[in-house]
Design a protein around this ligand. Structure first.
Ligand code: ZN
Length: 304
């Protein structure tokens, strides 16, 4: 068996990997997306990464799995990532298939791939139904229910960043208002802290600096995290009640804050998730880190 080629397409970087039959990532590399340089410039990044991986694989792979930032359209095999302006209805699945004639190609949302990776090879091993989430510059996610990935009608199911936690809240980039992403993403927590008088020590305030301030006991920074984690808890309690989840796995930059995120989140969830069947719901950090998308894309490629 030659192995699986996995692609993880995001707004800031595009990663490629080779995954063996046991799910181990034997090779991976990534390049900046060049999202501001037009349709074909972004494609050339993908094409070069495929060529390099193929050379590593000895010129042959058995299958390809692609996880892409959304929105995507699984019926058409196209992607329109919010942060890649030049890709609107871009025929990613067909372009990759044309570059690798005769090799089956599967596409899914990056949230679904992250969830698949954690479910098969990471923090979700052995669970039946999980929500995989990424909390960083945005809030993304994917669902595994009864052991199977949930794509939905167009491939965008599990997009939990746009669960509304405050009907009268801030406008969201999706066109709605008060989505959890407008409260709990890294930039949203930083924006709230700055608006409420937080004065960071460095000139460029970001979520990492906010986390450091919170860890040092800065009351405003701590409040910003509590506000964010409470919004996440509201969303998680809602999604868990709808989907009857075992587990929530959280990755991404903000999740690397560790106890700063998980302690208040678990406390808030204990208050919010009152249904008996949610009593055993666990919330844990992701295990695969930045590799979950590639590992999950490879799982996608081999699903029956
Ligand atoms: Zn939204």
């Amino acid at each position: 068996m030659a192995g699986i080629l996995a692609l993880d397409v995001g707004g800031t970087k595009i990663a490629v990997g080779l995954v063996d039959a046991g799910g181990a990532l034997t090779y991976s590399t990534a390049r900046p997306t060049r999202a501001d340089q037009g349709t074909e410039a972004v494609w050339s990044v993908v094409a070069e990464l495929i060529d390099e991986a193929l050379e590593r694989a000895g010129g042959r792979v058995d299958a390809v799995g692609i996880g892409s930032a959304g929105p995507i359209d699984l019926t058409a095999g196209t992607v329109s990532p919010i942060n890649i302006a030049g890709w609107r209805g871009f025929a990613l699945r067909d372009r990759v298939a044309a570059a690798l004639p005769g090799v089956p190609v599967r596409l899914a949302g990056d949230g679904v791939c992250m969830a698949l990776g954690e479910h098969r090879h990471g923090a979700g091993r052995g669970t039946r139904s999980l929500l995989g989430m990424v909390v960083s510059t945005g809030v993304g996610g994917g669902l595994i229910l009864d052991g199977a990935p949930i794509h939905g009608r167009t491939g965008n199911a599990g997009h939990v960043g746009h669960v509304i936690v405050d009907p009268d809240g801030r406008p969201c980039r999706c066109g709605g208002r008060g989505c959890v992403e407008t409260v709990a993403s890294g930039p949203a927590m930083v924006r709230w802290a700055l608006a409420n008088g937080w004065t960071p020590e460095a000139s460029k305030a970001d979520a990492q600096l906010l986390a450091a301030a919170a860890e040092a006991g800065d009351e405003l920074a701590l409040q910003a995290f509590r506000r964010g984690t409470d919004a996440l808890a509201v969303m998680i309690a809602s999604v868990a009640a709808v989907c009857d989840l075992d587990l929530v796995v959280i990755g991404g930059g903000v999740a690397r804050s560790g106890a700063l995120l998980f302690d208040p989140l678990r406390a808030a969830l204990a208050e919010r998730a009152g249904l008996d069947f949610l009593a055993g719901l666990q919330v844990v950090p992701a295990e695969l880190g930045g590799e979950a998308g590639l590992v999950g894309a490879a799982v996608l490629a081999t699903l029956r």
